[in-house]
Design a protein around this ligand. Structure first.
Ligand SMILES: Nc1ncnc2c1ncn2[C@@H]1O[C@H](COP(=O)(O)OP(=O)(O)O)[C@@H](O)[C@H]1O
Ligand SMILES: [Mg+2]
Length: 330
């Protein structure tokens, strides 16, 4: 389960406004990847291009043998079954209760009986912690519950790819932690490919296997978490460490004078890389690499204090003694 998405030379503009161009990268199968970038850099537009809701000016989106922008309407309909999409606001039908909202893709895309639909809907509702909310209308539940309902709906067709647009925006830190844990557990259980758009640096630093940054009408960098979090690339370092100093300004790009006035300040080092979030059942993540492996292979020193967990244990030096037979540190 889980397929890769290969994006090649993708460009999207609206009228004369180029949103991004030359976007080329591969979203690895079965891994969790996160895409970040300042507001308005076209993250939502990018997700819509992946599922064919928007068409790029040029370029390719290869998913399981098909090239999304070149699919005919009926082929696109089939292709979309591979995707579960959680839109930014949950995108629930306001006049439909939560149960019917979650059942909708099953009624639309399958010929399953109502009793089978019931079994699946209740299973997914339990998975996201919504049991008992079947009869509620979207207007009657909290923002966090709406997001989880949108996620349950994205899961009912057992998608090979899950796209989530800012699933954690507007959630408090504890609910964000629960949601991130849910993503790790779902990824471990289903093996699906995840692409999550987020603004939350805390999420970005611990949840994904891979990170990407959209800025200045392009993909600045995409790669393994350790590569991005140790990077001294000015925009990458600035964004993933939430700093004011760097090329990203209040109005997206700083002007020359602003950048020049910062020239005297030495660039801050990347913050310590935290240990990655693990499945709650004690297993390792399906695509788990040994902590520090990418850094070692690329002769890059981890920022001081990296890979120390909240019990003070060092996952870099003590990994072998902390893990046993595929289990995470206990
Ligand atoms: N359907 C559309 N028609 C015209 N412009 C659009 C459309 N959708 C998005 N845009 C523009 O594309 C840019 C990127 O938008 P968006 O993808 O929503 O940014 P992000 O999700 O990164 O905050 C914005 O300037 C937005 O106004
Ligand atoms: Mg958006």
């Amino acid at each position: 389960m889980g397929v890769e998405i290969r994006v090649e030379g993708l460009k999207k503009s609206f009228g004369r406004q180029v949103i991004w161009e030359d976007v080329t990268f591969t979203i690895p199968a079965g891994e969790i990847s996160a895409l970040l970038g300042p507001s308005g850099t076209g993250k939502s537009v990018f997700l819509k291009n992946l599922v064919g809701l928007l068409r790029p000016d040029r370029g390719h989106v290869y998913v399981g043998g098909g090239d999304v922008p070149r699919l005919r309407e009926n082929e696109l309909y089939d292709m979309r079954r591979k995707f579960g999409v959680l839109f930014q606001d949950g995108a629930l039908f306001g006049s439909m209760n939560i149960y019917d909202n979650i059942a909708f893709p099953l009624r639309e895309h399958t010929r399953k009986s109502e009793s089978e639909i019931r079994r699946i809907v209740l299973e997914k509702m339990e998975m996201v912690g919504l049991s008992g909310a079947e009869d509620k209308l979207p207007g009657e539940i909290s923002g966090g519950m709406k997001k989880r309902a949108g996620l349950a709906r994205a899961l009912v067709l057992d998608p090979e790819i899950i796209l989530a647009d800012e699933p954690d925006s507007g959630l408090d830190p504890v609910r964000t932690a629960y949601l991130n844990q849910l993503f790790v557990d779902l990824n471990t259980e289903m093996g699906a490919t995840f692409l999550i758009v987020t603004h939350d640096i805390g999420t970005a630093r611990v949840l994904p296997d891979n990170l990407g940054l959209l800025f200045r009408r392009g993909l600045v960098m995409f790669g393994p978490r350790e590569m991005i979090l140790s990077s001294t690339h000015p925009a990458v370092n600035q964004f993933f460490n939430a700093r004011r100093q760097g090329p990203i300004g209040m109005a997206e790009e700083k002007d020359q004078a602003e950048v020049a006035s910062e020239g005297q300040i030495p660039q801050a080092m990347p913050a310590p890389i935290p240990p990655q979030l693990m499945p709650s059942d004690g297993r390792l993540r399906p695509s788990m690499r040994r902590p520090g492996e990418w850094l070692r292979q690329h002769q890059t020193k981890p920022p001081p204090g990296s890979f120390v967990d909240d019990q003070g244990r060092n996952w870099l030096t003590d990994w072998d003694s902390l893990t046993h037979a595929g289990h995470r540190p206990q």
